[in-house]
Design a protein around this ligand. Structure first.
Ligand code: DMJ
Length: 460
C-alpha cells in the first residue's frame, strides 16, 4: 500500500481487500482508554504533572520538584471532544481552584507555552470559561520578559515568579513556536503585544537564514549568531517550520506564508533523499548543503503532514509512508532511525505522537483511508506495548521481545495521539473537520463545535 496516494492512478489501494473496520467502534475504544487512564491519573496523581504508569508514582515537568497539573491541563480539550464531560469539568474545576503559577522556579518558555498556555486556551475554546482565559493571560505575562533581548528571540528559560531569564543559547523551535497560542491570546484579549512578540521572534530566526535559505539547530538569542551548522526537519527546528505555516493557516499572515514557502523550498531542494523507493530528509550543513547525517529523529515524522498542508502532497504522503514502513517492521517507532543502514539508532520511544499527527493531518486534507489505517496501527501497537497498570508509558527498548517498558507518561500523550486517533476515527460532531486548527501540541484553537450532548455523529 506504500505510496498509494503519492503514486496516483491504479495503485495497490485499488487492489486492496475492502476495509471492514468499524471506525466508530475503534473511536469508542480510544475514548474508553482515555477515560480509564484519566481515572487512574485522578486516583493516583491528581494535580501532579505526570503519572508514572508502571509504579503509580509521579514526576514533575516543566518545573523541577513542583507540580502545575500538566497532564490534567493537556487532557482537557481531548476529554471535551470525546464527550467525557464530567471529567473535563473536574479538570476545569481543579484549574480554577488550584492552579497557581507564582512559583520560584525555572521553566522552558517553549514547553510551558505549547503545553500549559496552549492547554488553557484550547480548554477555553471548548467551554468558554473566562477564568481559563485569565489564567492563560497570566501565564503569558509571566513568560513575556523572556523575549526582552536585542534580537527579540527569547531566552530558553525563565523563572515564573521573578522573571529572571537564563540560557540564551537556544533553537529555532524554542524561539519561534508561539504564534498560534499568542496570536489567539491577542485575539481574545484585544492586546496586540502577544502576537507581535511571537511574530518578531519568528522573523528574527528567518532573517538569519543562510544563503541556501536554511536554519540550523542552535542560535544565540543575544547576538543572533548561529551555534551549529546542522539543518534538520527534526528536533530543534521542527515546530519552527510548523508555526510559520500555522501563522498563515490560523491568521492569514502573508509574511508567515512567504517564510514557510521559502523554508519548504530549501528543504525540498537540499535535504530530500530517495532511498529504495522511500523518501527521507537528510541533515545537512545549512550553508553548503553537504549531508551531515542520515539519522532521522522520530520527531521528524510529523513533517509529512506539514508538507501536505503546504501543498507538497506527493512528498508529504511519501515521507509518512517511509515512517509507516518502519512502524510496520517494529510496531513502535524508534526515537532515532538511520535510513542509510535501515536500523534504529536509539531504541527508546517516548510515547511519541508524531506519526499519528501526520496521518490525521493528511486525512483531513484528502480523506484517503490509508491515513486511518496508519493511525489504527499506531493505536493498536500502543495498546499492545505501552499499556501498564496505571496508564500508558514510554518504551525503554522497542527492539526487545517483548518490548521493555519505561515508567513515564509525558503530558503530550493526553493532548496529542489520543485526540488524533479519536478525531481520525470518530467523525464527532463536536469538531469541524473542514475548518479547524490544532497546535504543535495537538491543542484545538479553532474548530470545536459546542452543541447539545447526545447529538449523532456526522462526517461533516
Ligand atoms: C510535542 O510536545 C510537540 O509536538 C513538540 O513540538 C515536539 N514534540 C512533542 C511530542 O513528541
Amino acid at each position: 500500500m506504500a505510496g498509494a496516494l503519492a503514486l496516483g492512478g491504479a495503485t495497490a489501494l485499488d487492489a486492496a481487500p475492502k476495509d471492514t473496520t468499524d471506525w466508530h467502534a475503534l473511536a469508542d475504544d480510544v475514548k474508553a482508554e482515555m477515560a480509564w487512564s484519566f481515572d487512574l491519573y485522578k486516583a493516583h496523581a491528581w494535580g501532579k504533572d505526570e503519572i508514572k504508569p508502571v509504579t503509580g508514582t509521579v514526576s514533575s515537568f516543566p518545573l523541577k520538584g513542583h507540580h502545575l497539573g500538566l497532564s490534567l491541563i493537556e487532557a482537557l480539550d481531548t476529554l471535551w471532544v470525546m464527550g467525557l464531560d464530567s471529567r473535563f469539568q473536574d479538570g476545569v474545576d481543579w484549574v480554577k481552584a488550584s492552579l497557581d503559577f507564582d512559583v520560584d522556579g525555572n521553566v522552558s518558555v517553549f514547553e510551558t507555552s505549547i503545553r500549559l498556555l496552549g492547554g488553557l486556551l484550547s480548554a477555553h475554546h471548548a467551554c468558554g470559561d473566562p477564568v481559563l482565559l485569565a489564567k492563560a493571560k497570566e501565564l503569558a505575562d509571566r513568560l513575556l520578559p523572556a523575549f526582552q533581548t536585542p534580537t527579540g528571540m527569547p531566552y530558553r528559560l525563565i523563572n515564573l515568579r521573578t522573571g529572571a531569564t537564563s540560557e540564551p543559547v537556544t533553537s529555532p523551535a524554542d524561539v519561534a513556536t508561539y504564534l498560534p497560542e499568542w496570536g489567539t491570546l491577542s485575539r481574545l484579549t484585544g492586546d496586540p503585544r502577544y502576537f507581535a512578540t511571537a511574530k518578531r521572534a519568528a522573523v528574527a530566526v528567518f532573517e538569519r537564514r543562510s544563503k541556501l535559505d536554511m536554519v540550523a539547530t542552535q542560535i544565540d538569542a543575544l547576538s543572533g549568531g548561529w551555534r551549529s551548522r546542522r539543518a534538520t526537519v527534526g528536533s530543534y527546528c521542527d515546530s519552527f517550520f510548523e508555526y510559520l505555516w500555522d501563522g498563515w493557516q490560523l491568521f492569514g499572515d502573508r509574511d508567515c506564508k512567504r517564510m514557510s514557502d521559502v523554508c519548504t523550498a530549501a528543504i525540498l531542494k537540499h535535504q530530500q533523499v530517495w532511498k529504495d523507493g522511500s523518501l527521507w530528509f537528510a541533515d545537512v550543513d545549512f550553508e553548503t548543503g553537504a549531508v551531515i547525517a542520515t539519522e532521522q529523529d522520530e520527531l521528524a515524522s510529523f513533517y509529512g503532514g506539514l508538507l501536505g498542508q503546504g501543498g507538497a502532497m506527493k512528498q508529504g504522503a511519501a515521507y509518512t509512508e517511509s515512517w509507516a514502513k518502519v512502524q510496520a517492521r517494529y510496531g513502535i517507532l524508534p526515537e532515532g532511525y538511520d535510513y542509510a543502514t535501515a536500523k534504529p539508532t536509539q531504541v527508546t520511544n517516548s510515547l511519541r505522537p508524531e506519526l499519528a499527527d501526520a496521518a490525521f493531518t493528511l486525512w483531513l486534507l484528502d480523506r484517503n483511508p490509508r491515513w486511518r489505517e496508519i493511525g489504527r496501527a499506531h493505536f493498536l501497537a500502543m495498546k499492545r506495548w505501552n499499556k501498564a497498570e496505571y496508564g500508558y508509558t514510554d518504551i525503554a527498548d522497542m527492539t526487545a521481545e517483548p518490548k521493555r517498558q519505561a515508567d513515564h507518561c509525558p503530558g503530550y500523550w493526553w493532548s496529542e495521539q489520543m485526540k488524533y486517533y479519536y478525531l481520525l476515527f470518530s467523525d464527532t460532531p463536536r469538531f469541524n473537520y473542514r475548518d479547524n486548527y490544532l497546535s504543535t501540541e495537538g491543542n484545538v484553537l479553532k474548530g470545536f463545535r459546542r452543541q447539545p450532548s447526545g447529538a449523532g455523529r456526522s462526517a461533516a
